[in-house]
Design a binder for this molecule. Structure first.
Ligand code: ATP
Length: 211
């Protein structure tokens, strides 16, 4: 089997509170290499001069205070201004994708791991699924997701529902999934499912060596 980037690449996505990060932390515990797109984006928004210029063009000088990203200001603007949110995404996504692809290249070259996982909330929305060999969609029963987020973020049910409604329809994500990881049980159950996937990916990654 041929992989798109010379190494087996797997995306992990899902709606708010589905358990994406929890799944990726378990993959990491098992020894997998995980790239967190959100962290990468924050890093690039702070350190990539080219991207910083584009962000200032969209939001003005207030976007940075003393060279530091003014997160609160940007979050407030995009919360009410859908157009600005789209503009921000249109400059951040390509930069993040470029960085991830360059990481894939390095990992494929130095062969330090058999496969690589990418955690990203917007895999389908950004079209990044085309660059990945498989996409796992993590999901849970809606009520379970609401309760987990309310507890994690100490916020109201209404706030969670509002964030849920602003995301891509979960049914659409489930349809696009190569692998659906249902996270309705406890952490132990989730760990067992992730362990199974880890060994599956390990086997798939080695299947190229036979051919
Ligand atoms: P977001 O998109 O909001 O970042 P996420 O998909 O990354 O969310 P997590 O942060 O991994 O979701 O999980 C949401 C919350 O639910 C966390 O507090 C996590 O500890 C908890 N959680 C996840 N899976 C389980 C589970 N199987 N049992 C109990 N709690 C869980």
């Amino acid at each position: 089997m041929k992989f798109k980037h010379g190494i087996l690449t797997i995306g992990v996505t899902g709606g708010i509170g589905s358990g994406k990060t929890t799944v990726c932390k378990i993959f990491e515990e098992l020894g997998a290499k995980v790239i967190y797109a959100d962290e990468l984006a924050k890093n690039l928004m702070t350190n990539d001069e080219n991207l910083k210029r584009k962000i200032i063009k969209i939001f003005g000088n207030e976007a940075y205070i003393g060279g530091k990203l003014n997160r609160k200001f940007i979050a407030d603007v995009i919360f009410t201004d859908e157009k600005k949110k789209k503009e921000l995404e249109s400059v951040v996504h390509p930069a993040v994708i470029k960085e991830i692809l360059s990481e894939f290249k390095k990992l494929a070259k130095n062969k330090s791991v058999n496969f690589v996982i990418v955690e990203a909330a917007l895999i389908f929305e950004s079209g990044f699924d085309n660059e990945l060999d498989y996409v796992i969609v993590v999901d849970a029963d809606e009520e379970t997701k609401i309760k987990r987020v309310m507890e994690r973020d100490r916020c109201s049910r209404e706030e969670v529902l509002k964030r849920m409604r602003s995301q891509m329809d979960v049914r659409k994500k489930r349809e696009l999934a190569d692998i659906l990881l249902q996270n309705d049980g406890d952490i132990e159950e989730l760990r067992n499912k992730v362990k199974f996937l880890y060994s599956l990916f390990d086997k798939i990654s080695k299947s190229t060596e036979v051919n």
